[in-house]
Design a protein around this ligand. Structure first.
Ligand SMILES: C[S@@+](CC[C@H](N)C(=O)[O-])C[C@H]1O[C@@H](n2cnc3c(N)ncnc32)[C@H](O)[C@@H]1O
Length: 257
């Protein structure tokens, strides 16, 4: 389902980040390292940072087990906060963070250092999470209610509707951990910095509600996949035309040459 929704976007993102053969890439908040590995497969030399010891342990294990060795660049994992690291001057061909920049409390201060650390023509790239409105939450709820899904029976769904109509449902807040406190102000800063201080290359809003429904669809594959594609098309069309507010946004920009 991720492949249907994000596969083409992810490939374009990777192509832009790995724009220089043998390029040096700084990755912020690498988590278990799936993107660092993809960049390594494209011959990049990746310095990948995360503050989570668990994530870095998994990332190192995945790197040790990496079967794609032909043409592989290098991946170095750092259990550290890159906002505290010495990034140097004109050291990197690309700096990127996938669902990571919104965690940084001083995003603008960090981006000033990123600007210095990038070589001329270097790339900054992000895929980040934006707050949704009630409209998109309701569309997701509606589709999850009418379509057969794996996590709840129709009887459970009807009971949930009864609880909601009776005012007995408390929605979980979208900001759910202390790390996320800065999220809503930082994501607007991200768009601002990427479009005003760099030259915008790509700006793709996607996923208003689709990922909340597509992976849950129940039934045989001949039914699930066409329905998922239809939901995805409806989502993308609305995100592009501005009807929906996207939950995710991929932005890639370039430092002046
Ligand atoms: C939503 S996860 C995304 C992980 C990964 N990019 C992925 O796509 O799977 C955000 C990651 O950022 C890391 N993180 C948060 N603040 C950080 C910081 N200041 N420096 C480095 N990593 C950070 C978290 O530990 C977490 O692994």
């Amino acid at each position: 389902m991720f492949e249907i929704q994000q596969g083409a976007y992810r490939d374009r993102y990777l192509q832009l980040v790995a724009h220089r053969p043998g390029g040096r890439v700084l990755e912020v908040g690498c988590g278990p390292g799936w993107l660092a590995l993809e960049l390594g497969r494209r011959g990049q030399i990746v310095e990948a940072y995360d503050v989570s010891p668990g994530a870095i342990a998994v990332a190192r294990q995945m790197l040790a087990e990496n079967p794609f060795t032909g043409g592989f660049g290098q991946v170095h994992y750092h259990l550290a906060d890159p906002t505290q690291a010495d990034l140097g001057v004109e050291q990197y061909d690309a700096v990127h963070g996938w669902s990571a920049f919104h965690h940084l409390p001083d995003f603008r201060g960090f981006m000033k250092r990123v600007m210095r650390a990038l070589k001329p023509g270097g790339i900054v790239a992000t895929m980040d999470d934006y707050p949704r409105r009630q409209l998109e939450v309701n569309v997701q709820r509606f589709l999850g209610l009418v379509l057969p899904t794996t996590e709840r029976s129709y009887a459970d769904k009807l009971r949930a509707v009864g609880r909601r109509l009776g005012g007995r449902t408390v929605d979980a807040p979208e900001v759910f951990s202390p790390m996320e406190q800065e999220k809503y102000t930082t994501v607007s800063d991200i768009r601002d910095v990427f479009s005003n201080e760099f030259e915008l290359v790509l700006d793709v809003p996607f996923n208003a509600f689709a990922m909340g429904v597509m992976p849950l669809l129940a039934g045989p594959d001949w039914w699930r996949y066409p329905v998922a594609r239809a939901i995805d098309a409806l989502d993308k069309l609305g995100c592009r035309s501005g009807i929906w507010r996207a939950n995710n946004r991929m932005i890639v920009s370039r430092k002046a040459r």
